[in-house]
Design a protein around this ligand. Sequence first.
Ligand SMILES: [Zn+2]
Length: 269
Amino acid sequence: MIGPPSCAPWDTATPEAKGETPLPTYNQEAVVLRTRDLGEADRLVTLFTRERGKVNGVARGARRAASRLAGSLQPLSHIRCQLARARTLDIITQVELIESFPSVRGDLTLVTYANHFLELVDVVAPEREAGDLFPLLLGGLHLLAAGVDPGLVSRAFELRLLAAAGFGPALRDCARCGRPVEERGDLSFSPGEGGVLCGECDGGALLRRSVLAALIYLQEADLRQIGRLAVDERDRGEMEGLLRAHLTYHLDRPLRSLAFLDTLRRGER
Ligand SMILES: [Zn+2]
């Protein structure tokens, strides 16, 4: 058993009471990535767990009005939970809410950025495998909640997620010839080649040095320090554009959250 006494099982009849053999259980800390309805009253919940990566679990009866913990299983929630190992899908038996990020949920722009993080983790995280992505996801969500510039948080998150997935853009050395790019003419950026190209290997879109310096900072600085970066609107736009190109190229799919962010911005003008 985990969590405080407020934790209640979804299915109040224990396996023993029903004459069944109890299923083996395991506890996980997780962030809820997404949910969908299953059958009459259940919900299929995709969790991103600290130790096992992506795990799908069934919350039995979670759509019934009496299911008072269903609110803990909303996308974005940081939870501790107990799962029972079943033959097909594991069953979520207990949930304790650690953090629901109300300041993020209450702001349409912030929640769109948060959904972008959840979508990216969903796309790159393999099932049944742990990764460095869990602390990155939680760190990113906490920075959004703390009011740190969401554009900078997003760029840092994208760079680090790409690196964790093995697609991190080369920034210090030329992606083609491997030499340091510091003193070598006009730089360019090519998602297909894997990052920055030096002046002798040009072929991608022109990359200004101020943009490169900002990207290096966002990739390497302590995540808690990234809000200190001073970057103008032009550099911001270029960083967003080239990282978006890099994400789309390497993840090989359009990202729903980015399309929604564009819609939001058009509406705000
Ligand atoms: Zn080169």
